[in-house]
Design a protein. Structure first.
Lengths: 223, 228
């Protein structure tokens, strides 16, 4: 069977899987961005309880494997009476895992805002909340976006794991077609190519555009 | 299905899990050793003065870095037999992890080499040192400390990615947990124990790496003792 025959027969199925992969990617990205912002700021709190909660969360999710967390969410939570759909479990596990990594990036970003900005806000008698919202947060984006972009590409790769908890994504379809046709090279090769194309020609340029946008917003010009 | 945690069951399966942990550590160790060498090869490809080699090298690295390890594992495990090469799951897993993380490590190496100030190179040129001598005596001793934190992080990273090996049937920790869970139809304890074992191994490792990083920065004079 030629490769084109393979594509015309199984290509549509793989594209359907790709759509699911992109859905997981988008949902998990939104979740992880929210979690990183919240926990990154909590980590910087002076209140030991808030800071402690964030530290435990971050260390816990960074310390264990994503696959273990994913299986825990999908297979163990039902024991506690909380049954998640496979898609939800996948998105939540990936979002929470990457949120922990992202929180550290946000923390680094806040700490990297020049000291003069903090002092300026202090001198102008801003309340701490207003100082964060109006002065510090808008400035962290150009700092955190480059590492966050790397993390998001990692997230795209991590979405492949949801296939193991029966989400019908690209990886799942590739495995499925492989078990029917035994054309492993074509199945997995195509899947690899699709991931590569998503990352190289869509995700990375988009993130790069965001970086330029964020830098321009604070008046910096990116090379 | 009941939600309560059964200590007797947890203790019963614990020895089996601990044995499997040894396999996980072994897999991470071998995978890391291969990745360290593969990383050097990619670094070499990147630094050769031949343009076409650089380009091909960069594309390969980009490709491996932007595709999921899981599918790479499947690819190596299922496709090689089609070409008459049948390797055991262990070997496939180690090769794939080595290749995947080798690309990351090559970036770490590159960053470390570029972290050595240009003036060091120029001084060596001025003193008429050979390239080999420059690397061995001047550049590598300075680059190595810069590479340590990144290398340590990827060691922990490989360790946390070893559960993926269970998908092609390598009998490591996660594989053991799934097997035990399937046998007794209780997943609560096995998966929780796996999580705890991972935490117990990777948190000390992370603390240890942070300490080394601090020591390196101290030794290089980037931070002063009072700042700690």
């Amino acid at each position: 069977m030629s490769y084109f025959a393979f594509l015309s027969e199984h290509g549509p199925t793989m594209l359907l899987g790709t759509v699911t992969t992109i859905k997981v990617l988008i949902c998990a990205t939104i979740l992880y961005v929210i979690i990183s912002l919240i926990f990154g700021l909590m980590r910087l709190s002076k209140n030991p309880i808030i800071q402690g909660t964030a530290t435990v969360y971050i260390e816990f999710f960074r310390g264990t494997s994503l696959l273990v967390q994913l299986f825990w969410f999908y297979y163990v939570l039902p024991f506690f009476g909380l049954t998640l759909e496979a898609f939800t479990a996948g998105v939540v596990a990936i979002g929470m895992n990457f949120g922990a990594y992202g929180a550290e990036i946000v923390r680094g970003g806040v700490l990297a805002v020049p000291k003069g900005q903090w002092e300026g806000a202090f001198a102008l008698n801003f309340t701490p909340a207003k100082r964060m919202r109006k002065i510090i947060i808008p400035q962290i984006f150009p700092i955190i976006l480059p590492p966050a972009a790397n993390l998001t590409v990692e997230l795209l790769k991590a979405t492949a794991l949801v296939a193991l908890v029966t989400v019908v994504d690209l990886t799942f379809e590739a495995k499925q077609i492989n078990s029917i046709t035994w054309l492993s090279a074509q199945c997995f090769g195509t899947a690899l190519l699709i991931y590569y194309i998503i990352s190289r020609f869509f995700l990375v340029p988009f993130l790069r555009w965001l970086e330029v946008l964020a830098a321009r917003k604070v008046g910096k010009e990116i090379k | 299905m009941n939600a309560e945690w059964r200590w007797d069951f947890a203790i019963e399966i614990l020895p089996q899990m601990l044995w499997a942990t040894l396999n996980t550590i072994l897999a991470a160790g071998i995978g890391y050793a291969i990745a360290a060498i593969v990383g050097l090869l990619f670094l070499l490809g990147q630094r050769t003065p031949i343009k076409i080699v650089n380009m091909i090298n960069r594309e390969i690295v980009e490709f491996i870095r932007s595709t999921p390890l899981l599918i790479q594992l499947f690819f190596v495990y299922f496709v090689l037999p089609q070409f008459g090469i049948t390797l055991s799951a262990w070997v496939c897993g180690m090769i794939t992890i080595g290749l995947h993380f080798g690309t990351y490590l090559s970036e770490v190496y590159r960053g470390a080499l570029e972290g050595v100030p240009k003036s060091q190179w120029e001084a060596c040129r001025a003193l008429n040192f050979s390239t080999f001598y420059t690397y061995r005596k001047i550049v590598l001793p300075q680059a190595f400390p810069i590479a340590i934190p990144g290398m340590g992080n990827y060691l922990v990273g490989i360790f946390k990615d070893t559960p993926l090996l269970s998908t092609i049937g390598v009998a490591e920790l996660f594989h053991a947990a799934t097997a035990v869970g399937g046998y007794h139809y209780r997943y609560l304890e096995p998966y929780t124990i796996v999580g705890l074992i991972f935490l117990m191994l990777s948190i000390p490792a992370a603390i240890w790496i942070r300490k080394i990083e601090k020591n390196v920065n101290l030794a290089q004079g980037k931070i002063k003792k009072e700042q700690l």
